[in-house]
Design a protein around this ligand. Structure first.
Ligand code: SF4
Length: 218
């Protein structure tokens, strides 16, 4: 007899159950980066690429004390920016991007962070994920920024069955009610950090263990 194939994706009802369970588990999940202004949020998100938010929060107080806005950061020596952020990964590239990004904000947007995707991704070092975080946190839009945790969990759980980040974002927007896009983005990240890590997912104590498809784990 032919072996029954495992589903690759949860039904609409299954996605709703996952959403309910994660919203109950992480009702207060939010952005873990420290910032005071839209510019500082954008800078912190750029710094957070392939680095933990905790490490970024350790370097931003001194960085923002010297360069609180785009004008000050654009005037700063790239070497000084690098010195202030040297404890985080790819600090040289990030210092270069921060300076260029700040200069572009000064030259093209009067020093202000633009509130739309097209302008944001035109800035040096700013990709779609960073732009989505800024639009969600600084402009209050409902957005699903797909980082490494969101991509892994969405496809592992079965909310989506996609091979790339953009398609995962589009599929999540269909699987999750619009008013929960930003909260679910945070809940998936928190769940990825606390329970469903890349190497050792703790399925035994997971609130999703009865619903999750556990793709790639069996
Ligand atoms: S059941 Fe396992 S694979 Fe699924 S979300 Fe929980 S920890 Fe991750």
């Amino acid at each position: 007899m032919a072996e029954k194939k495992s589903p690759k994706k949860l039904s609409k009802a299954g996605c709703a159950k996952v959403t309910d369970a994660l919203m109950k588990e992480y009702p207060d999940a939010g952005c873990a980066l420290d910032f005071g202004t839209k510019f500082q949020l954008l800078a912190a998100v750029v710094l957070s690429a392939q680095t933990t938010d905790v490490s970024v929060n350790k370097v931003t107080p001194a960085l923002f004390a010297e360069a609180p806005d785009a004008a000050a950061m654009a005037r700063m020596d790239e070497a000084r920016i690098a010195e202030l952020i040297h404890s985080i990964g790819m600090y040289r590239t990030k210092a270069k991007n921060l300076k260029a990004l700040s200069q572009a904000l000064e030259d093209r947007f009067g020093g202000e962070v633009p509130g739309n995707m097209e302008d944001l991704v035109s800035l040096p070092g700013v990709g779609r994920k960073t732009a989505n975080v800024v639009l969600a946190e600084a402009f209050g839009e409902q957005r699903i920024a797909v980082d490494t945790h969101v991509f892994r969990l969405a496809n592992r759980i079965g909310l989506t069955d996609e091979g790339d980040v953009l398609k995962t974002e589009e599929a999540l927007m269909k699987a999750i009610p619009r008013d929960l896009w930003t909260p679910m983005h945070h809940a998936l990240i928190w769940h990825g950090r606390r329970v469903c890590s890349a190497r050792k997912p703790a399925c035994g104590g997971c609130c999703l263990s009865e619903i999750c498809l556990k793709k790639g784990l069996k």
